[in-house]
Design a protein around this ligand. Structure first.
Ligand code: BES
Ligand code: MN
Ligand code: ZN
Length: 488
C-alpha cells in the first residue's frame, strides 16, 4: 500500500472512495459539505432519510454519487465535536473495515477532526495503523492459501490535508511491527520454538543495521545461567537467548534495552497448569514477539537511537529432568532461588537475561515485557498493561508513550514493603510470593536483578492477545515501545 498526500478538494479527488464525516447532530464536515453541494444535496438527502445519524463510528457507503470524481463516498459518524482518542480509534477502525478491501485509492478527508490534543499528524499515523490492523490475517497454517484467504489491500491511501508524510511513514512502520508481533504470537507452538525465534532474528539481520547474536543452552549453562537453564532443561527444544543490536546513534552513545519473555509454550512444568485453555499458553512468548516487532519497525524507520532487543526463550515442560518444586538453583547473578512453583518460570528466564544484558551492554535503561502473571490480567483485564518501576523518569516516558499510541498502561506498586513475601528458608529468595499481590511480587523478584540500572517491567498477560471467537495476538505493546524509544 502506498501513501500520498493531496491538496485536492474532496469533490475533485480521483479515488475509488472518498471518506468524509458528519457529527452526531447530523452536521457535515467541511469536506462532506463540499461533496454535498457538488452532488446537489445527495448526502443531506441520506441524512434526512435517516440512513445515518452521525453517531461515533457509524458508516454509510454510497456508490455512484453524481457530481464528484471519486467512485464512492464513505460517510462516517464522528460523534460529539471534540473527538477523544478512544472514539478516534473506533472511527478509524470502522473506516478501515469499510474500505480496506476495496481496490484502488482510498482518499481520507479527516483533518476536520484534528484538535490541539489530537493533531492532524496523530490522525494520519493512527489511520495508517488502523489500515495495517484491518489488513492482517493469519493464514500461515491454513490449508488453502489462495487469494480468498489473503485480504485484498487498496493500492494507496490519499491523505487530504497538510504535510503528514512522516506520520504516515511512522504509522506504516508501526503497523508492520505490530503485524510481525501478531504473526509470531499466533504461530503454533510446534513451529514457533526457541530455535524458530532465533531464526527470525537471523532473518531480520539480513538488514546490515542489525547485529544478531544467539546464545544456546549449553553456553548459558557453562556461563552459570542456572535460573534460565532450570526452565529450559525440561524440554527437548533447546533454549535460546537472542541479542539484536540496532546502533542507529553509533557506538559510544547510550543504548536502551528491551527484553522480552519468550516462553514458546508454558505447560506450567511439574506444577502443571489445568487443561482448560492451555493452548493459549502458546502466547507466552508475546513479550518476545513485541521485541521482534519493535526491532522490525526500527529497521524500517532507521532512527538515530541505540536499541538492544533481547529475547529469553525456552519451552516450559514437565519431564523426567524438569525442575521440581523445592529445587534450589543458582542464577547468573550468583543469587540462589528456591523454585517453589515451576509455573513461575517467566521470572526465572528473565532474571538471567537481565543480569546478562546489564553486565554485557551496560544499557542506559531496561524495559522488560512479559506475559508474567494471571494476577495482572485479573487486575487490569485486556485494557491496560501493568507498569512497574521505581524510576519516575522511566514511568513518565512510558506513560506518555502509552497515551500517545493508545497502547495503554496502568502503574501498579513496586515497593520495598512487598519484597519480604519472597523470603525463603533455603535460598536467597523464593520464585513465588504467595497468593497476595501476585503481579507485584513477580516484579519484586525481577527488581533484584536490575539494581543500579533504570528499569521498568511491563506485564502484558492481559493485553498481548484476545480470547474467544476472535482469538489472536494483538501485537501490543509494539506501539508503546516504538513511541517510547523514538522519544529517547
Ligand atoms: N505465563 C503465565 C502467566 C499467565 C497466565 C499469562 C495466564 C496469561 C494468562 C506465567 O508463567 C504463570 O504461570 N504465572 C503464574 C505465577 C504463579 C505460579 C505465581 C500465575 O500467574 O498463575
Ligand atoms: Mn507459568
Ligand atoms: Zn509463563
Amino acid at each position: 500500500m502506498q501513501y500520498q498526500i493531496s491538496s485536492s478538494s474532496a469533490a475533485d479527488i480521483q479515488a475509488s472512495c472518498i471518506v468524509v464525516t458528519l457529527d452526531q447532530s447530523g452536521k457535515l464536515s467541511e469536506a462532506a459539505a463540499a461533496i454535498d453541494s457538488a452532488s446537489g444535496g445527495f448526502l443531506q438527502a441520506r441524512i434526512d432519510a435517516r440512513d445515518i445519524s452521525g453517531k461515533t463510528a457509524e458508516t454509510l457507503l454510497l456508490p455512484a454519487v453524481s457530481g464528484i470524481k471519486a467512485q464512492r463516498v464513505l460517510l462516517v459518524g464522528s460523534g460529539k465535536d471534540a473527538v477523544k482518542a478512544a472514539a478516534a480509534q473506533k472511527i478509524l477502525t470502522a473506516i478501515a473495515a469499510a474500505t480496506s478491501k476495496l481496490d484502488g485509492e482510498i482518499a481520507l478527508a479527516l483533518t476536520g477532526l484534528a484538535s490541539d490534543e489530537l493533531p492532524e499528524s496523530w490522525w494520519a499515523e493512527q489511520t495508517a495503523m488502523a489500515f495495517g490492523n484491518a489488513l492482517y490475517k493469519f493464514t500461515e497454517t491454513k490449508g488453502k492459501k489462495d487469494d480468498e484467504e489473503a485480504p485484498r489491500a487498496p493500492e494507496s491511501l490519499i491523505w487530504l490535508g497538510g504535510d503528514v508524510a512522516a506520520a504516515l511513514a511512522k504509522g506504516d512502520a508501526v503497523a508492520n511491527g505490530v503485524n510481525f508481533a501478531k504473526e509470531l504470537g499466533n504461530m503454533p507452538p510446534n513451529i514457533c520454538t526457541p530455535s524458530y525465534l532465533a531464526g527470525q532474528a537471523q532473518a531480520l539481520a539480513s538488514d546490515a543495521a542489525l547485529d544478531v547474536t544467539v546464545l544456546d543452552e549449553a553456553e548459558l549453562e557453562k556461563m552459570g545461567a542456572g535460573a534460565f537453564v532450570s526452565v529450559a532443561k525440561g524440554s527437548s527444544e533447546p533454549g535460546k537467548m537472542i541479542v539484536m543490536k540496532y546502533m542507529g546513534a553509533g557506538e559510544g552513545q547510550p543504548a536502551h534495552m528491551i527484553l522480552g519473555k519468550g516462553i514458546t509454550f508454558d505447560t506450567g512444568g511439574i506444577s502443571l497448569k489445568p487443561g482448560q485453555k492451555m493452548d493459549e499458553m502458546k502466547y507466552d512468548m508475546c513479550g518476545a514477539a513485541s521485541v521482534f516487532g519493535t526491532m522490525k519497525t526500527l529497521l524500517q524507520l532507521k532512527p538515530a537511537i541505540n536499541v538492544i532487543g533481547m529475547v529469553t526463550s525456552a519451552e516450559n515442560m514437565p519431564a523426567g529432568n524438569a525442575s521440581k518444586p523445592g529445587d534450589v538453583v543458582t542464577s547468573l547473578s550468583g543469587k540462589t532461588i528456591e523454585i517453589l512453583n515451576t509455573d513461575a518460570e517467566g521470572r526465572l528466564v528473565l532474571c538471567d537475561a537481565l543480569t546478562y544484558g546489564i553486565d554485557n551492554f551496560k544499557p542506559a535503561s531496561v524495559v522488560d515485557i512479559a506475559t508474567l502473571t494471571g494476577a495482572c490480567m485479573a487486575a487490569l483485564g485486556e485494557v491496560n498493561s501493568g507498569l512497574f518501576t521505581q524510576d519516575e523518569a522511566l514511568a513518565e516516558q512510558l506513560q506518555s508513550a502509552a497515551k500517545y499510541s493508545c497502547d495503554k498502561v496502568w502503574r501498579l506498586p513496586l515497593e520495598e514493603d512487598y519484597q519480604d513475601l519472597l523470603d525463603s528458608n533455603f535460598a536467597d529468595m523464593a520464585n513465588i510470593g504467595g497468593p497476595l499481590a501476585g503481579a507485584t511480587t513477580a516484579a519484586c523478584f525481577l527488581s533484584r536483578f536490575t539494581e543500579g540500572t533504570p528499569w521498568a517491567h511491563l506485564d502484558i498477560a492481559g493485553t498481548a492477545w484476545v480470547g474467544g471467537a476472535k482469538k489472536g495476538a494483538t501485537g501490543r505493546p509494539v506501539p508503546l515501545l516504538v513511541n517510547y524509544l523514538l522519544a529517547k
